[in-house]
Design a protein around this ligand. Structure first.
Ligand SMILES: [Zn+2]
Length: 65
């Protein structure tokens, strides 16, 4: 019995380095946006609240698609 040659191991494709993700334009990369909190019928602003950026969902990176 002759030792059969092993098939060459499949080389895993190395992923190309990803380019730096562009910072989200909405939150400027912070992942958070401050929004004015308004209350009452007159919508009186009472302050600012920091919330999750809905454009990038807090990642701070601009959506690619
Ligand atoms: Zn964002």
């Amino acid at each position: 019995m002759t030792a059969a040659k092993k098939p060459p191991a499949r080389r895993r494709k190395t992923a190309a380095p990803k380019p730096e993700p562009a910072p989200c334009r909405t939150c400027k990369g912070s992942g958070e946006v401050s929004r004015t909190v308004r209350v009452g019928r007159k919508q009186r602003p009472v302050g600012q609240q920091t919330g999750l950026c809905l454009a990038c969902l807090g990642s701070g990176h601009a959506a690619t698609d």
